[in-house]
Design a protein around this ligand. Sequence first.
Ligand code: DP6
Length: 319
Amino acid sequence: MRATATAHPNIALIKYWGKREIARNLPAVGSISLTLSELFTEMTIDLDGHDVDTFALNGEADESLLPRLASCLDNVLGPDRPRAAISSRCNFPVAAGLASSSSAFAAAVVAADAAAGSGHAQAELIRLAGRSSGSAARSLAGGFVELDNTGEDVAVHTLLNPDDWPLRVVIAVTESGPKPVGSGEAMEISRKTSPFYSRWVEEQPADLEAARRAIADRDFRRLATVSEHNCLKMHSLMWASQPPVVYWNEATMSCLYTVRELQAGAVDVFFTIDAGPQVKAICTAAAEAAVRDALATTRGVVDTRVSGLGQGAHVVESM
Ligand code: DP6
């Protein structure tokens, strides 16, 4: 009745922003992401003899994520489930726009399923992870991953395995504190108030198709163009919300200039930014050192992390 699972966060190139149904947390749009290899969340769930649910992050009791984790376990194991001691180890800052909820909930669903021996099929684990966090569904798979939102429930599949196109991701951390407003809440503000929201939803299938084709052809420049466009559209609609949802800081903008300079020097790199001020630069292996050096010395960057593409969430221990 105890299991540990590891999951890696994923970075969306074609983004999920907006929900079509709150109750089941269904996204309004499909998305395409890269699952990272170097960042991870390892989650242990112990279902033996606990009176209440508890959660510890990196060895410290943490109340902030407990309600969402408890409801995640309710979804996987049913409301009459045994109470759980949940502990997590994470090698990157949480709730800071580094996609920590994607790896946390993917790992939680897989660990809970293994701890209870529920034996849910992969498609069901994906659906359950998505209920807790839309992006978490994508961390069930590795490499280049597409989330299809067109069915009754979300479905996720790998477009390319990590070794098929081993791109690198350099993360420029510009601030390590928690973000001012969570993405779920911010999406609802955008849906209700942004004049650009409906156009965003309408255009998503075309961006998904362009990215799908670029990935199938391993065409870096085409993937760069559609990914940057999709990212800037998402942030534009956030900025035009009331109240405005602005996750960027000065260093975020400085990083974009750095990426533009690298591109002007024919370096294969493009940027993407999620619900936080960090900039993720996707590049070829040959460009990695130049991209990392340039971002590490950009004004306001406090840290850089480098990752390749990784595998989907999996059980590491079960007993
Ligand atoms: C900007 O998956 O965190 O990173 O479903 O409410 O938990 P919830 O949202 P979440 O949103 C991710 C938003 C994004 C884009 C993306 O990852 O596709």
